[in-house]
Design a protein around this ligand. Structure first.
Ligand code: ADP
Length: 590
């Protein structure tokens, strides 16, 4: 049973009072009894002495005067007076008639009688079966000139003492009851007063325990409670400060975790996830609800579990690249760090860096370098070989042949120039921070300028170039780059359309976009090649492309420029007619 502090305090006050009262009661009872009996003994002793001296003075023969004297002394003192001769015979008794005295038994063996004969005064308390109460006996000797002639004994029932003690008990009882009542009231008031600050301290401590660290105790007590209040206030202030620091640290950590581009995951040593950041969630396509789930909930890929087990087992950091199959193949660079020192006893922190794009770009760069080297090698080898032959004396020996060689060298240098120009063009378009200067311009005017550039080539090949009707269609574009796109597409169309063919430019528009298409009736493109046409150096027929002076970069440049305009490119074969159509979209100008 839970007992309040106040009740305990009250109980202890009451227990103290009870102990005190009991002690006082017994002490008073005993000392009063001793004192009453003592004074009775004194009184009886004095009266016995007085009676004895009266007997010795008034009569020489005590045997005759004893009965009368005993009666008189008994009457005046309210005690029983017995006079005994030196042989123990009762010769006078205030309560026994004279004629019955001879029947009274010898009193010489009574303790008070023996004591009085021995010491000059005898006292005894004995139970009297006759009157059924304790009797106090006081005896003094009758002695004249050193001759002991008998004993005067006074006896008094102690019932009067008991009555006095009973009266005292009643008074004490009433007094103690009153004291108890008063103490009850006072102890209630005192315990209330004493326990109030404690209750206040307990309430404040409970508040602090529930997280209300702003609660403080008043600085009003100047005792141990005051010290306790001060310590508690200091403790609450320190806790509040530490909590503030902790919450600041936590929000800083949250911000760092949110702002991290890399996915972060923390697990315990059993592999149950305890923390993830938003980047991790979007990387693995999970929600924050994944906390508490096992690692297999993220992915069952063996590489992931193997890395986790290795770090847990060895307690060493691990840097590993892994390709996980979710939402397409993702290449991840993972950094595993054991938590809590080397033993990984507290779990593992893993950082996932998505390097899929970096890997892809790296592959593109490798392919690009290989393609460029391959493309450059042929003209450079041809130029070198022909130049060496010329130097070996061909100019002098066979000037006609030398002329042809020089023409080949020139054509390959032109090819080199075209290739380098296209590569530079492409790298300029791809460079970070490159932006076009877009403004509203007339599309048909640009189309006409581009057509003029391929006019000669088309005429020489016998390919007709048909331009759109004159109208004022405006596009948001960089006119120079738009012209470059159209030249590339028209040049390709002329290149891959046989003599007598037809190349047509079509301009169409809807609400906010317009599309420009270059359509020819040449051989078209094999269907399987269509998705790869806009890749760098991709050519359906590399030999034919080279012989036509193509670099394989034209369509890649087209795609980049159109994308920088915010548009899209498309290649398709004309169905059911022959040939191919290359089209792109642009934003409308105003
Ligand atoms: P190239 O310098 O080889 O023309 P491009 O990037 O311009 O390089 O073109 C890539 C490839 O696309 C060409 O090699 C060719 O096979 C194909 N191609 C481009 N335009 C046409 C077209 N109008 N008709 C048929 N094939 C074409």
């Amino acid at each position: 049973m839970k007992m309040s502090f106040r009740s305990k305090l009250m109980l202890s006050y009451l227990a103290l009072l009870l102990v005190m009262s009991t002690a006082i009661y017994f002490y008073l009872n005993h000392s009063l009894q001793v004192s009453i009996v003592g004074s009775l003994k004194e009184t009886l002793g004095s009266e016995a002495k007085l009676t004895a001296s009266m007997m010795l003075r008034d009569s020489a023969d005590i045997r005759h005067s004893a009965p009368l004297l005993a009666m008189e002394a008994g009457r005046s003192s309210a005690a029983r007076v017995t006079i005994i001769d030196h042989q123990g015979r009762v010769i006078g008794d205030s309560e026994i008639p004279v004629d019955k005295l001879a029947e009274v038994e010898n009193h010489l063996d009574r303790p008070e009688v023996r004591q009085a004969l021995a010491t000059g005064r005898g006292e005894s308390i004995r139970y009297s079966a006759t009157i059924r109460t304790d009797m106090l006996y006081v005896a003094v000797p009758l002695a004249s000139h050193g001759d002991q002639r008998g004993i005067v004994r006074f006896a008094l029932p102690l019932s009067s003492v008991d009555q006095a003690l009973n009266r005292m008990h009643t008074m004490l009882g009433i007094g103690l009851c009153l004291a108890l009542l008063l103490s009850l009231i006072l102890s209630d008031i005192f315990s209330r007063l004493t326990s109030r600050p404690l209750r206040q301290i307990a309430a404040t401590a409970a508040g602090i325990g529930k997280g209300d660290f702003s609660r403080r105790l008043p600085n009003v007590w100047h005792d141990e409670l005051g010290d306790l209040a001060r310590i508690m206030n200091e403790m609450a202030a320190r806790l509040e400060e530490q909590l503030l620091t902790l919450s600041r640290e936590k929000s800083r950590l949250d911000a760092i975790l949110k702002g991290m581009g890399e996915g972060l995951m923390v697990t315990d040593r059993q592999g149950f996830i305890s923390l993830v950041n938003p980047a991790f969630c979007s990387l693995f396509g999970v929600t924050e609800g994944v906390i508490g789930a096992p690692l297999s909930h993220i992915s069952r890929h063996p590489a992931l579990h193997e890395s986790f087990s290795r770090v847990c087992g060895s307690g060493c950091e691990l840097l590993e690249e892994m390709t996980l199959k979710f939402a397409g193949d993702k290449v991840l660079l993972t950094h595993w760090v054991p938590l809590g020192g080397d033993s990984a006893s507290n779990g593992v922190v893993a950082v996932f860096h998505d390097i899929t794009d970096i890997k892809r770009l790296e592959n593109i760069r490798k392919d690009f370098v290989a393609n460029v080297s391959h493309e450059l090698r042929t003209p450079v080898t041809v130029i070198k070989g022909y130049a060496e032959t010329l130097l070996d004396g061909l100019i002098k020996d066979n000037p006609e042949q030398a002329q042809k060689f020089i023409a080949v060298i020139l054509s390959h240098s032109e090819r080199l120039t075209t290739l380098i120009t296209d590569i530079l063009n492409l790298s300029e378009l791809e460079s970070a921070g490159f932006a076009l200067e877009l403004h509203s311009c007339e599309v048909e005017a640009v189309v006409r300028r581009a057509a003029a550039m391929v006019e000669k080539k088309a005429a020489a090949k016998g390919v007709a170039v048909v331009l759109p009707e004159r109208s004022v269609t405006k596009a948001l574009a960089d006119p120079g780059r738009l012209e470059q796109v159209l030249v590339n597409l028209l040049d390709n169309a002329v290149k891959y359309t046989p003599s007598g063919g037809r190349v047509e430019v079509l301009v169409d528009s809807d609400a906010d976009m317009l599309s420009v298409a270059v359509r020819d009736n040449g051989a078209g493109v094999p269907e399987e090649s269509i998705p790869r046409l806009f890749e760098r150096f991709y050519r359906v027929d590399a030999g034919r492309s080279r012989s036509e002076g193509g670099t394989g970069l034209g369509l890649a440049i087209v795609k980049h420029i159109v994308q920088l305009h915010g548009g899209t490119v498309k290649a398709e074969n004309n169905r059911p007619a022959r040939g191919a159509t290359f089209s792109f979209t642009l934003q409308k100008g105003d």
